[in-house]
Ligand binder design. Sequence first.
Ligand code: KG4
Ligand code: ZN
Length: 365
Amino acid sequence: MQQTILAIESSCDETAVSILKCVKDTQGNINSITILAHEVESQIESHAPFGGVVPELAARDHLSKIYDITNSALIKAEISQKELTAVAVTMGPGLIGALMVGVLYARGLALSLNIPLISVNHVDAHLAPALLLNEFSPQHDLGVCKNVSQIQYPALALTVSGGHCHLSILSSATSKSLLGKSLDDACGEAFDKVAKLLGLGYPGGPLIENLAKSAEEFGNTEEFKFPSKPANRENKYHFTYSGLKTAVMECIRKATGIKKGKITGKDLPKEKKQSIAYAFQQAALMQLHDRVHNAIIDYPDIKTILVAGGVAQNKKFRELFSSFDKKIIFAPPALCSDNATMIALQAVLSENSKGFTDHPFAKYN
Ligand code: KG4
Ligand code: ZN
């Protein structure tokens, strides 16, 4: 059986459309997956002046781009709409106005073509590239049939993005139980907020990573230390970053001497900023490491660790996690940040587990 799925992602600040072909055997096992188109249009420039995503701007931007991006995906894939067998779309979680643009567009497309609409959970979808594709780079891999990853279960899965941290145990690609999640700010959000406090810009993750790297090059790694492990053992699988963010804020307050009002470390000497970025990144990543370490101790039969989400692009993160004595699979860097290929892959997985019975429109009427 062959499926050609067009997927749409619009939950935050990326408008993305991908087209994927999947061939399955008669038992429903995936034989091959081919990415025919992978279009991602980021809104970073619109949101950067505000130091974070502005929901109203995001929705308007999606609306102005979604038609053109869908068309350009179809042109890249060299197929006509009539060849599509399903449309997949991010249903949530995300910014409501932004989601509505993608969902309504996808629904209209599916309705006009009389094909199923597959609704996808965005956080689940982040993991799909790690589950299905070992390697992917948009420049080289379009149109190339990939070998589907062979994963040994049970697997421990960590998804770390701007909105969520999830730690789960998987007994198969489609059977997942949640161990821990964000209790307050997510990890990526903390990177963004600390970058804003240091006056670096948006998105903060790569900017903090670069600054922390310079701190190592120039030996500015010892001046500060922030706590990485919340003491409460009840929370041994959960994630909390609001305390770390406050600790960084207090550190900047002290370093700048700003006693009241808005704190900004923008004018701090570059060495100080490097030291703060380094200490923050260490603490942020060590918390992730600690949660995974706890899970491995408690569930010794875990065979594989899967890591995905925007923060998983961080090289220090990848380095730190490579020290675990387990097979570790990271989502390909090009599929860590929001994109629609992960939505299409998740559609393939969910369709696999539940059967292709989802009535296209019942859910939304
Ligand atoms: O998964 P994603 O694209 O969007 C959400 O679903 O939230 O993740 C975006 C987050 C942002 O907070 C961004 O700062 C963070 O991922 N990020 C990074 C890096 N690259 C992106 N965080 C740390 N280091 C990076 N290199
Ligand atoms: Zn995401």
